[in-house]
Design a protein around this ligand. Structure first.
Ligand code: HEM
Length: 149
């Protein structure tokens, strides 16, 4: 009985100190190394400008993007990539399923867009490791974006 009481007391003390720690400890610094490797906000803005130019020059992608609000899409992409790469941004537009609902996107379309993004990053001198880290974050979104066999 005595030892059970000691365990409970210990657990209560741990909880109390964990609570106090949560209140006083500084915010854990987020890992923004990928965001930095992509050139921060300036680098991402340039990257998305060039990405859109290449999308419009690509015969497979042009039909999707030519009539879109390109400025809006670029801004949303900058916010989204800033956020997923650990930067200080939050994108709160429609989710990826909703954003791509109105168009028929196949796996081939998705892969083509990724290829254009890789070419754009290559041309901007983004290190291969950073490219792969970004693609690993974007790849799972295919489940929301590909909506046509
Ligand atoms: C990982 C891949 C992708 C990401 C991260 C992505 C991200 C986005 C974002 C953030 C927007 C803006 C949505 C908004 O706030 O209104 C958008 C719009 C758009 N996306 Fe994607 N997208 C991807 C793949 C694709 C693919 C494969 C296609 C077609 C081939 C595509 C075509 C479009 C088009 C045409 C728009 C503009 C829609 C409109 O005019 O409202 N996207 N995308």
């Amino acid at each position: 009985m005595n030892s059970m009481f000691r365990h409970l007391a210990l657990a209560a003390a741990l909880f109390a100190s964990a609570g106090a720690f949560a209140q006083t400890a500084p915010q854990r610094t987020a890992d923004d190394s990928l965001y930095q490797a992509l050139g921060g906000k300036g680098g991402l803005t340039t990257l998305m400008d060039r990405f859109m130019e290449r999308l419009l020059a690509d015969a497979r992608m042009r039909p999707f993007f030519k009539d879109s609000d390109q400025q809006h899409v670029k801004e949303q992409l900058v916010l989204q990539i800033c956020e997923v790469s650990g930067g200080p941004c939050r994108r709160d537009g429609p989710d990826m399923k909703k954003a791509h609902d109105g168009m028929d996107v196949t796996r081939g379309d998705f892969n083509a867009l990724v290829e254009v993004l890789q070419d754009t990053m290559d041309a901007q001198g983004i290190p291969f490791v950073a490219q792969n880290r970004l693609l690993a974050k974007l790849a799972p979104m295919h489940r929301q974006i590909i909506n046509t066999p």
